[in-house]
Design a protein. Structure first.
Length: 421
């Protein structure tokens, strides 16, 4: 415990990322955190977007966000006949709050975020314990904590807080992570403990995304593949136990293997999802023309909104969504590589973590809707209805935009630093 608690103590020290030679190139010896930049004469002290903000990334996020609001409106319009715009309005409010938090994240130096990484991780454990003790149970899952009348799904902020802490840890413990077993065990233990608490909420999807993101970040940080194999064997051994000890998970697995064996019960959701894709064909039945959303397909505006996209917009629409998510993750990783190239290790790891959990969650949600994966309670980022997921996803993307800005600042400082030398 003393070792674990000492790892939570954050420092502002930063070092360069391990990895490709370009990451540690001689011309990348810039300060890891750019100094404050005074505004130019005649220029306002603040603007909507800072210098170096990735316009392609921002454009893709706004496009997916707008498309998501439209699809939530279409998918949920039949769910509340007395107020057809109920869910769309709530989603729009969440989008506004998320954009506000994203803007604040863009304006917050990442050095400040790095200093509180340990506190955020401790807060994650506190939230996970509180939700188990006082949380609200919906559909058999205890994932929500009521705060001042607002329901908070604690696994959403926990995913971001875990990425922030891991980014800080990998910067401070670069060599031990790569060469010592202790340096690898500590982050795996922390990620495993918080994932176990999420799993106790009956949120297997959220736990899987959190733990897989942590392992992905450790691999990016230079952990040898052989060490991963030692941990994969117990994880693979535990999975059957997790499935067999919970009846609903076993039913989901059987429905995944053969949904048509019980199309009116355990396979009902997947069968109707597949019927939606089949009815959509190549070009869809038109926006608003879905039949499956008329109370045939459960959770149509959240977990299975991609099925509505397939029915209304067809294969062409689903391919467009896939391309958009691929482009989004690529741009996030592009920002991460740029941060690594200028020696901003914390920002690079943070961006890689955000890209991993957004990409993994999108992959799982789409895979479930297509019948490629067993059913999980995960939303499609930026598109599905879900206030907590939308707000935290936009906040995380705001951190990526901030990283893009800081990497540009460091790149621009190079000529000045060389001339002084």
């Amino acid at each position: 415990m003393s070792t674990l608690s000492s790892e939570f103590a954050e420092t502002a020290d930063t070092i360069r990322l391990p990895g490709p030679a370009a990451w540690n190139a001689e011309d990348a010896r810039s300060p890891a955190v750019p100094p404050p930049e005074p505004p130019a004469r005649g220029q306002p002290r603040s603007a909507w977007l800072p210098e170096g903000a990735d316009g392609w990334l921002i454009g893709c996020v706004l496009a997916l966000l707008g498309f998501g609001l439209l699809m939530v409106l279409s998918a949920s319009i039949a769910m509340r006949p007395d107020n057809p715009f109920h869910f769309a309005i709530r989603q729009a409010v969440a989008a506004g709050l998320g954009l506000l938090l994203a803007y604040l994240a863009v304006r917050t130096p990442l050095a400040d975020l790095q200093k509180v990484a340990g506190s955020l991780m401790l807060l994650s454990f506190l939230l996970a314990i509180l939700v188990l003790a006082f949380g609200k149970t919906v559909n058999g899952s205890t994932r929500w904590l009521s705060v001042a009348g607002v329901s908070v799904q604690v696994s959403e902020p926990i995913k971001l807080f875990l990425v922030i802490w891991l980014a800080s840890y990998l910067v401070r413990q670069r060599d031990p992570v790569r060469t010592e077993i202790r340096g690898f065990i500590v982050p795996v233990a922390v990620a495993g403990a918080i994932s176990a608490l999420i799993l106790a909420e009956r949120d297997l999807g959220g736990a899987a995304v959190a733990f897989a993101t942590a392992l992905g970040l450790l691999w990016v940080g230079g952990v040898p593949l052989s060490r991963f194999m030692l941990w994969l064997l117990p994880v693979i051994a535990i999975l059957p136990v997790l499935i067999l000890t919970q009846g609903y998970r076993m039913l989901r697995l059987l429905a995944y293997l053969d949904p048509w064996a019980d199309p009116q019960n355990s396979g009902y959701q997947l069968v109707n999802s597949l019927m939606a894709f089949g009815r959509g064909g190549w070009f869809g039945v038109g926006l608003g023309g879905s039949v499956q959303k008329l109370l045939y397909l459960p959770e149509v505006h959240t977990d299975f909104i991609f099925a509505v996209v397939g029915e209304e917009l067809g294969v062409i629409g689903t391919l467009g969504v896939l391309i958009a998510f691929g482009f989004l993750v690529w741009r996030i990783f592009h920002v991460a590589e740029r941060c690594a190239a200028v020696g901003h290790g914390f920002a690079a790891y943070l961006c890689y973590g955000v890209g991993l959990f957004i990409g993994l969650q999108a992959f799982i949600n789409i895979g479930v809707a297509l019948g490629l994966l067993p059913t999980k309670g995960l939303t499609l980022p930026l598109i599905s209805y879900g206030s907590n997921s939308l707000v935290m996803t936009l906040t995380a993307l705001g951190c990526v935009v901030r990283a893009s800005h800081e990497s540009t600042r460091l790149l621009n400082l190079r000529p000045t630093m060389r001339s002084r030398a």
